[in-house]
Structures are given as structure tokens and as C-alpha cells.
Design a protein around this ligand. Structure first.
Ligand SMILES: Nc1ncnc2c1ncn2[C@@H]1O[C@H](COP(=O)(O)OP(=O)(O)O)[C@@H](O)[C@H]1O
Ligand SMILES: N[C@@H](CC(=O)OP(=O)(O)O)C(=O)O
Length: 446
């Protein structure tokens, strides 16, 4: 069997949902689990709705709701015919009634807890998969609807819940019995905790849902269908002449996604690696076109791709008392552990350590804790550029080419060696795009 995941753009209209089901139908002899995200920018709209509800602006929140309703009903009209139309409409009506009551309830109390937020966001995927399921029925396919909250079990960290692997594996294998000719339709992104409360896996988390399901069912492959021709040498929105990378290793894909290549969610690779499941990244709008295959090895040496991540904060920790002493790094990392703030890059000298973090929410607490034993400076509005490829450092001219491409850009920190496939540089955020453009020109010219 295979798992096919379709992102927001891929399921963004009735026409696209038809394309999606054509793609799934072609693979049906293998048995397919289809994992879908919310239509288009629905999750963003639900987030805006939550913000308005929190401020008690029920009318404006209602406006957002009306837009979503129009989008889903107009797709419904195009996808279904009487008599199935009535049944599909009934299911969509129920979801919108529930969503509307929740939204007015939240506007009334003017409070959106992380738990309510996850419930609110879940409507995006629940609506899109309802449309896909009914359209598949309309086409006469042997289709089964799965509520992913019953198969993906997590802790209760709302907004970015941690998956409980064994419980999840058991729930998936119990509820999904695939076989040739069978189609299962499930939501990406959503899950539930042990109390049954809805949780979510973090923005873009549907890719992760797909590999979790793929790993549990020991799928032949997982296909991530999106709006570009696979993983490219850089974001094609920024670099129009970026090229598709045909083959990548799991490590390369993980580094690229972690350091900003939005095309796959950073957690996607981990479940696939454990079961050695190949992950394809393909374009729904160009199913036969160039695509990427991520698997155990097979990557070429040398630069594969450049990723960039904005909104990075650089923290410099300095203590002259630490000269020739030990335990400095341990104390620093204890602080980050206490406040559960992940550190991305680290560079050290004898008396100072520079680190980058993505999540600056708890920065003042982290800073105060570090100041108990050191002097701390914080630099905001930074970005990380990551150059990813096997054995980059073995190529003597490589670093020279990188730095001459960045001659006009102040590089604030460098990290090479922590993994042998990633050279990362910290630059000012407002110069990230131009830095990636000059690096791409210099490194992928031929
Ligand atoms: N290296 C890259 N290769 C391909 N796409 C990339 C890369 N880096 C960033 N992207 C962006 O990722 C987008 C696809 O991710 P996303 O919008 O989350 O898709 P989906 O909604 O299908 O999950 C592309 O439109 C592209 O702009
Ligand atoms: N709908 C969720 C989950 C997701 O993965 O979406 P997409 O596949 O469109 O990136 C989000 O927008 O975060």
C-alpha cells in the first residue's frame, strides 16, 4: 500500500479535488491512504477568526466564517450530484454549525485557550476530507473515512503535540485495513490526546501525519503531493530558475526542512527513516513532471540545495570567569532545557558561546537565567542560510565560493561540521533573500 498526502493548494478547489482523486485512482490497485490538508489558506483564516473572537469581534469573525462557508459550499456544488449531494451537504452543514457555535462561544468569553484553538483549527482538515470522501463516493470508489483523531495519539501539548508512537501505531493498524482497490481518506495535521481532546502537530504538520501512517502500515512509499516539482535547489518563489533535486538522502531532506525549506515539515522524515520508506515529493499540477525521491542514500556529493529561515534570534553568552574552567556549556544548555527552548546553531570560543533560537517567546526568562552567571547580548532579526549536501567541506573551493558570493553581506556566525552535510550561516534577516540569490547563482551556475 501507499500513502498519498495532498497539501492545501492541491485540495484548494473542486477542480483540484478532482485532480487529487484522479491521482489516487491511478494507484488504487496498491491500496491508498489519502491524507489531506485543509483547503487553500483555511488554517490561516481560522487563525484570524480565533484572533477576532478573542477580541470579542464576533461580526468580523463571522465574516471569516462566511468566506470559508462559501468556498466549501461552492466546491460541494461542483463535486456532488443529487442524491449524494444532500448527504454530503448534511455533513458539511453539521461541521459549519459546530464551527459557528464554537466561534460565537469563544467571542463571548473572549478567550481562546490552546485547547480551543486546536479544536477550531481541526475544522479545516475535517471539512476538506469530508468533501474528498463524498466526491470519492460519487465516483464509485471503495472509500472509507477515517477521523485522524482516533488514529494519531499525542500528548497534550496543544499547538505542537508530541506523538505517542506505540499507541498511534496500534490505533492505525487496528482501524486501517488496506488492500488492493481500497481508498482511505484521513485528515493531516490533527490528532488527539489521551483524554480525547483534539490536538495538532504544528503548522504544516500534514506531511508528518502521512509518514506516521506510512510507517505504522509499513507502506511501500509515501508520496507528498504539493504545488511544486519536488524539492528544488532553493525555494522557487525566490529563485525562479531553481531545479528539482531528483534524489536526496533522508539526512539531507531533514536538514533542508529543519532549516526552512517549507516544502516538507521538519518531522516528516523521522518516521520514514525508521522503516526505510521512500518519500516522494511530487507536483499535483504536473503529476508526470520532475519529482524528488528521498531515501536512505543515493545522493550525489556536493551542494544539493540552499534553504533559509527567518525570525532567528542570536544569543551571545560571555563569561571571563569561565577561562580554563569546565561546565560552562553544561550550565548554558541547562537553561535552554529548563525553558524548553530548542537551540539551532552553536559556535564557541574559550569565554563565549553564540547560539541561535527560533522561538523568541521565552527570551527574557532565558536571558535572566543566563545572566546569573554570564553577560548576555541578544540580537534579533537574524536569519539562517543552510547549504546542504554530502561532504561539502571536502571540496576545497567550496567555502571560497560561498564567501565570495557573500562578499557584501555581513555573516554573523558560521557552523560547519556539526553534521557533515550542512554549512549554516547567520546573516541579517533583511539580507537573506539577496544572500540566497547570490549563493544560488554562484553554486548552481552550471
Ligand atoms: N527547496 C524547496 N523546494 C521546493 N519548494 C520549496 C523549497 N523551499 C521552499 N519551498 C516552498 O514550499 C512550498 C510548498 O510547501 P507548502 O506551501 O507547505 O505546500 P503544501 O500546502 O502542499 O503542503 C512551495 O510552493 C515553495 O514555495
Ligand atoms: N492545514 C495545516 C496543516 C498542513 O500541513 O497544511 P499544508 O499541507 O497546506 O502545508 C496548516 O496550514 O498548517
Amino acid at each position: 500500500m501507499i500513502v498519498q498526502k495532498f497539501g492545501g493548494t492541491s485540495v484548494g478547489s473542486a477542480r483540484r479535488i478532482n485532480q487529487v482523486l484522479d491521482i489516487a485512482e491511478k494507484e488504487l490497485s496498491r491500496g491508498v491512504v489519502l491524507v489531506a490538508s485543509a483547503m487553500g489558506k483555511t488554517t490561516d483564516a481560522l487563525l484570524r477568526m480565533a484572533g477576532l473572537a478573542e477580541r470579542g469581534e464576533a461580526d468580523s469573525a463571522g465574516g471569516e466564517l462566511d468566506n470559508l462557508r462559501n468556498m466549501h459550499y461552492s466546491a460541494l456544488v461542483d463535486l456532488l450530484e443529487v442524491p449524494l449531494y444532500e448527504e454530503g451537504k448534511g455533513a458539511v452543514d453539521r461541521l459549519f454549525r459546530e464551527l459557528e457555535s464554537l466561534m460565537y462561544g469563544l467571542s463571548l468569553i473572549q478567550e481562546v485557550s490552546p485547547r480551543s484553538m486546536d479544536t477550531l483549527l481541526s475544522f479545516g482538515e475535517r471539512l476538506s476530507t469530508t468533501l474528498i470522501y463524498y466526491r470519492a463516493l460519487q465516483k464509485g470508489l471503495n472509500v472509507h473515512f477515517i477521523d485522524s483523531r482516533q488514529i494519531i495519539k499525542t500528548d497534550s501539548r496543544h499547538g505542537k503535540a508530541g506523538v505517542l508512537e506505540e499507541e498511534t501505531r496500534q490505533a492505525i493498524t487496528t482501524r486501517i485495513k488496506t488492500g488492493p482497490g481500497l481508498l482511505f481518506v484521513a485528515q493531516g495535521f490533527i490528532a488527539s490526546d489521551s483524554e480525547g481532546s483534539t490536538t495538532t502537530l504544528g503548522r504544516g504538520g500534514s506531511d508528518y501525519s502521512a509518514t506516521i501512517i506510512g510507517a505504522a502500515l509499513e507502506a511501500e512509499e509515501v508520496q507528498i503531493w504539493t504545488d511544486v516539482n519536488g524539492i528544488m535547489t532553493s525555494d522557487p518563489r525566490l529563485i525562479p530558475n531553481a531545479r528539482t533535486i531528483g534524489e536526496l538522502s533522508y539526512d539531507e531532506a531533514a536538514e533542508l526542512s529543519y532549516f526552512g525549506a517549507k516544502v516538507i515539515h521538519p518531522s516528516t522524515i523521522q518516521p520514514a527513516v525508521e522503516k526505510r520508506i521512500p518519500v516522494w515529493v511530487k507536483n499535483t499540477g504536473d503529476p508526470e513532471g520532475p519529482a524528488s525521491r528521498i531515501h536512505i542514500s543515493g545522493s550525489n556529493t556536493g551542494i544539493q540545495a540552499i534553504a533559509g529561515k527567518k525570525a532567528v534570534t542570536l544569543i551571545n553568552v560571555r563569561s571571563s570567569r569561565m577561562l580554563n574552567a569546565y561546565g560552562f556549556l553544561r550550565r548554558i544548555f541547562e537553561v535552554f532545557e529548563t525553558y524548553r527552548v530548542p537551540v539551532d546553531l552553536v559556535a564557541t570560543s574559550e569565554v563565549s558561546v553564540s547560539l541561535t533560537i527560533e522561538d523568541a517567546e521565552r527570551i527574557s526568562e532565558v536571558k535572566s537565567a543566563l545572566e546569573e552567571f554570564s553577560t548576555v547580548t541578544v540580537e534579533r532579526d537574524k536569519a539562517i542560510i543552510s547549504l546542504v549536501g554530502q561532504d561539502l567541506w571536502k571540496q576545497s573551493r567550496f567555502t571560497a565560493r560561498v564567501f565570495s558570493a557573500l562578499v557584501d553581506i555581513p555573516v554573523r556566525m558560521i557552523s560547519l561540521g556539526s553534521s557533515d552535510i550542512n554549512l549554516s550561516l547567520v546573516v541579517p534577516e533583511d539580507q537573506l533573500d539577496s544572500a540566497i540569490q547570490s549563493l544560488h547563482d554562484a553554486l548552481f551556475a552550471d
